[in-house]
Design a protein around this ligand. Structure first.
Ligand code: UD1
Ligand code: UDP
Length: 374
């Protein structure tokens, strides 16, 4: 059975890695890995393939960056050719990026059964491009692999039959548990962007006494006023606690465009770096006091590691990280207050959602076997 697996952007790689590992020597299911090329920088893509031990993609569509419509259209055009050549028995997509929705649309029109891992998540905020991708993907997928029960409920409310929904747990947490030990042994140094400081992993930042930050949501970083307020908030809190900030390409571009980069760089206790590798990042989360972020995946990783997470967003598609985990939604105005609470010892929970146990890929492949063999 030929199974096309699609990955395009950074958060997809840690989701496909455990599936590729379980399928590596599978007798009957042969994965065919398609990289759309949505992310292409060494530090947004190749580095993850190496660190997560993902085999070279069978094909890279090399679509690169463009507007939503152009990027989606380019993925569709190129992916259609792949499907016609490979004639897969199923296409499996993960997450909620443009590559996810584009490839599902192509497969559905070619009558190829499609499976969506991370189905059913809903922020109910349609100004997020990811929410549109989630809605489109789930409207036309055939099989739904979910990470938590709220996602099952969302799908059922949208009319998806229960028998097509499989609550499997979280592939990101498979990757996390698989790589933590290796990450723990890291002790090399990372250079800051200005080249003036080095961050030695096991020495520079106080263990349990710094914040790890990432920001890249258009709603936070695409408008000059919003981004300026964030820069100010980060600067203020950095006077109390050092912050490590590996900057996403979208964010660095906008900081420079809006004339905010030099202000951010002037704060002594904010360590600005390029995006860091997966192993480095999970090391940094594990040893931090808290994460300050707008990332989807980091809300989940912090929950699994019981590290307090402050998410600067009005909503989340991952509410289980709030109900059961260590995540909290806040506004930019609350940063100072919330960080102080964490530094006083608040924000840990000790609960991990059901099936976030490192066995999700195995469960999914068991279901795929059932689907293919019956
Ligand atoms: C994309 C996803 C988002 C996900 C994020 C993870 C969509 C709509 N968005 O957002 O859901 O959370 O990835 O990181 O699919 N760029 C580079 N190098 C790269 C990739 C991008 O410099 O390797 C720059 C380009 O200037 C590009 C910008 O970043 O225009 C945005 O990239 P894009 O893939 O469109 O969206 P992300 O913000 O990365
Ligand atoms: N990540 C990383 N290096 C970084 C920032 C993030 O390895 O510099 C990892 C992080 O551990 C998580 C994933 O990237 O596994 C999250 O991706 P991202 O925040 O880009 O996307 P989102 O989850 O918001 O869609």
């Amino acid at each position: 059975y030929r199974l096309i697996l699609v990955a395009g952007a950074r958060p997809n790689f840690m989701k496909i890695a455990p599936l590729m590992h379980v399928l590596r020597n599978h007798q009957k299911i042969k994965p065919y890995l398609v990289h759309t090329g949505q992310h292409y920088d060494e530090k947004m893509s190749d580095l993850f393939f190496r660190q997560l031990d993902i085999p070279e993609p069978d094909i890279n569509l090399e679509v690169g960056s463009a507007s939503h419509a152009v990027q989606t259209a380019l993925i569709m055009e190129r992916f259609e050719k792949v499907c016609l050549n490979v004639k897969p028995h199923m296409v499996m997509v993960v997450g909620d990026v443009n590559s996810t929705a584009a490839c599902t649309l192509v497969a559905a029109k070619l009558h190829i059964p499609t499976a969506h891992y991370e189905a059913g998540l809903r922020s109910r905020d349609r100004s997020m491009p990811e929410e549109i991708n989630r809605l489109v993907t789930d409207a036309i997928s055939d099989y739904f692999f979910t990470t938590s029960v709220d996602a099952d409920e969302n799908l059922i409310n949208e009319g998806i039959p229960q028998k097509k929904i499989y609550m499997m747990g979280n592939l990101m947490i498979d990757s996390l548990y698989e790589h933590l030990k290796k990450a723990e042994s890291l002790n090399h140094a990372i250079q800051t962007l200005d080249g003036k400081k080095t961050v030695q992993l096991d020495k520079t930042l106080p263990d349990g006494g710094y914040g790890i930050m990432t920001f890249h949501r258009p709603s936070n970083v695409d408008e000059p006023e919003t981004l300026a307020k964030l820069v100010n908030g980060w600067g203020t809190i950095s006077k109390d606690v050092p912050l490590l900030f590996p900057i996403h390409p979208r964010t660095v571009k906008n900081l420079k465009k809006f004339g905010l980069y030099d202000i951010l760089a002037s704060y002594d206790s904010i360590y600005l770096t390029e995006p860091v590798g997966y192993l480095e990042f999970i090391y940094f989360i594990r040893h931090s006091a808290f994460a300050l972020t707008d990332s989807g995946g980091i809300q989940e990783e912090t929950t699994a590691l019981n590290i307090p997470c402050l998410t600067i967003r009005p909503s989340t598609e991952r509410p289980v990280t709030i109900w059961e985990g260590s995540n909290k939604l806040i506004t930019v105005d609350d940063i100072e207050k919330e960080v102080r609470l964490i530094l006083k010892g608040k924000g840990k929970t000790g609960k991990t959602p059901k099936f976030w146990d490192g066995q999700t890929a195995r469960r999914i492949v068991d279901i795929l076997e059932d689907i293919f063999y019956v």
